[in-house]
Design a protein around this ligand. Structure first.
Ligand code: KIV
Length: 256
């Protein structure tokens, strides 16, 4: 599937499902589960690498994880989910050339068909413009943008009218710049509904209520594998406890 085909999902009112994956095991599970899109999110910096923020992850690490994700798919290429990879912190904030090189490296050497990057400041819009003109599809990301944690924290964004108006204006600019979809993280439900109705591109929410065109979740959060559960993701199972007790019983020689 081409990234821009996600716009047809919106036109057909078909909810888009996006799950993160970080290696070949997680991607085979997420593919089998039937997700439309696999996001190799830079949240893997926290979940896999144990960092306290997404900031330390490098382009090389994101590339290596995306390659592993590609190796996990079992379906024929045309039936595989669309793969989007996060551009890591400082791979696109330092100018257009560096961003094209980073995004191009991911698309050239892995199964990724598109990149996601955060924000819509003037400089970021220029970068997005250039990437798209160079043939690199871009997914936008507004609201809680974890790469700005040192400025915004992890709290819910766009709580007041002024910041809601700003976010709406930024989302319209991202659509004009050519983004094929927009991730909206941890914002009021009313705002995501308004954006869904305003934009032609799909709005894919996380902690943004149920009215979005699609939903994205960090798979590790859904499976209950993380120590710090975000307030907006209810785990589907208590994965960490299940795995631990199964392994405990093996260690106690109960299951040889
Ligand atoms: O890195 C990530 O997993 C993400 C999702 C939270 C959307 O960007």
């Amino acid at each position: 599937m081409l990234p821009k085909e996600l716009i047809q999902f919106k036109e057909l009112k078909k909810t888009i499902t996006v799950l993160t994956a970080w290696d070949s095991i997680s991607s085979s599970i997420v593919e089998e589960a039937g997700a439309d899109v696999v996001l190799v999110g830079d949240s893997l910096a926290m979940f896999i690498h144990g960092h306290s923020t997404t900031l330390p992850i490098t382009l090389d690490q994101m590339l290596s994880h995306t390659q592993a994700v590609g190796r996990g798919f079992k379906k024929s290429i045309e039936k595989q989910p669309l793969v989007v990879c996060d551009l890591p912190f400082l791979s696109y904030q330092c100018g257009e050339d560096k961003a094209v090189s980073a995004a191009g490296t991911l698309l050239k050497n892995s199964c990724a068909s598109a990149v996601k990057l955060e924000g819509a400041e003037k400089e970021i819009l220029s970068v997005i413009n250039r990437l798209i003109r160079m043939g690199i599809p871009v997914m936008g990301h507004l609201g809680l943008t974890p790469q700005s944690v040192k400025n915004l924290g992890y709290k819910r964004q766009a709580e007041d009218k002024k910041s809601q108006d700003k976010l709406i204006a930024q989302a319209i600019q991202l659509e004009k710049a050519g983004c094929f979809s927009l991730v909206l993280e941890h914002v009021p439900e009313k705002l995501s509904l308004q954006l869904k109705e305003t934009l032609k591109i799909p709005v894919i929410g996380i902690g943004a209520g149920k009215h979005c065109d699609g939903q994205v979740r960090v798979t590790a959060d859904l499976l209950g594998l993380t120590d710090k559960q975000p307030p907006f993701t209810k785990p589907l199972l208590n994965g960490k406890d299940l795995f631990t007790s199964a392994l405990k019983s093996w260690v106690k020689n109960e299951q040889f």
